[in-house]
Ligand binder design. Structure first.
Ligand code: TIU
Length: 255
């Protein structure tokens, strides 16, 4: 088991039953000319977390943890895009319209791709999702159950839209959820801050938050032993023979 400092209190997980989820790090949200920009957002804000996510992914892959990537996108015929979603508001382009990176939020188009810097590795899951939440109409819960996953660690964009929705869906399905503060970002700093506060309030009502440094540190530290009652066993100091009484002088110790 691994334990790390988190808000509002320590978070403990077993790597074999924990997945790292990277939400929607797609060109459509992060690059100019995509869906995020069509809504009037400054997409450059989201680019700040790319190096942090690269470090976290490298550390997670190094210890052999399961990685799951999601992509918000729709079938080319848009049958999985409710009119309420497509027709909402007055964006410069709507879902399915052609933009400089192809049709917005449509599977198979360049804009729907995960950015090159965070490309999925072989064996990692890539979940296409028509909604904001990763569990809606994706079969993700069933796949996680088949792998006996109990803990989910959330990263990606945007904090208060797809990341928060997914973490709330996961919490209601019984997963112990952690969000990595510097590996998630929003177009709005205030919404990110509010989301982290509200999800960790009331004794981790939705889940915990921590930093990538703490999470990576926990991966590098040896696993804590657990006792049968689930509590961490006290650490037994290793014995250094040269530090034992008499060792330096060669005096025999009476047995
Ligand atoms: N608009 C916005 O903040 N986000 C989305 O539409 N999707 C995701 O968060 N992925």
């Amino acid at each position: 088991m691994k334990t790390l400092a988190a808000t509002p209190f320590e978070y403990t997980f077993d790597l074999a039953h924990t997945a790292l989820i990277v939400i929607d790090m797609q060109r459509d949200f992060i690059e100019a000319g995509g869906f995020g920009a069509s809504l009037g957002n400054d997409v450059t804000r989201l680019q700040a977390i790319i190096p942090t996510l690269q470090q976290l992914l490298a550390a997670w892959r190094h210890v052999g943890g399961l990685v799951i990537h999601t992509r918000e996108c729709h079938r080319p015929d848009l049958t999985d895009c409710p009119p309420a979603k497509r027709l909402r508001g007055k964006p410069s382009l709507r879902i399915g319209d052609a933009g400089p990176m192809g049709r917005l939020l449509v599977a198979g188009e360049p804009g729907a791709d995960i950015i090159e810097a965070l490309a999925p590795a072989a064996g990692e899951w890539v979940i296409d999702k028509p909604g904001k939440g990763a569990f809606h109409a994706t079969g993700l819960h069933e796949r996680l159950q088949a792998r006996a996953m109990t803990h989910l660690i959330f990263t990606g964009v945007t904090t208060e839209v797809c990341v928060q929705t997914s973490m709330r869906e996961a919490n209601d399905r019984g997963y112990e959820c952690l969000i990595v503060e510097d590996a998630t970002e929003s177009y709005f700093a205030a919404y990110k801050a509010a989301t982290l506060s509200m999800m960790t309030a009331q004794g981790a009502i939705i889940g915990w938050s921590t930093t990538s440094e703490r999470l990576i540190g926990s991966l590098e530290a040896p696993d804590a032993q657990t006792t049968t009652d689930g509590l961490s066993a006290p650490t037994i100091p290793s014995i250094n023979p040269t530090a034992m009484p008499g060792a330096a002088t060669g005096v025999a110790i009476a047995s």
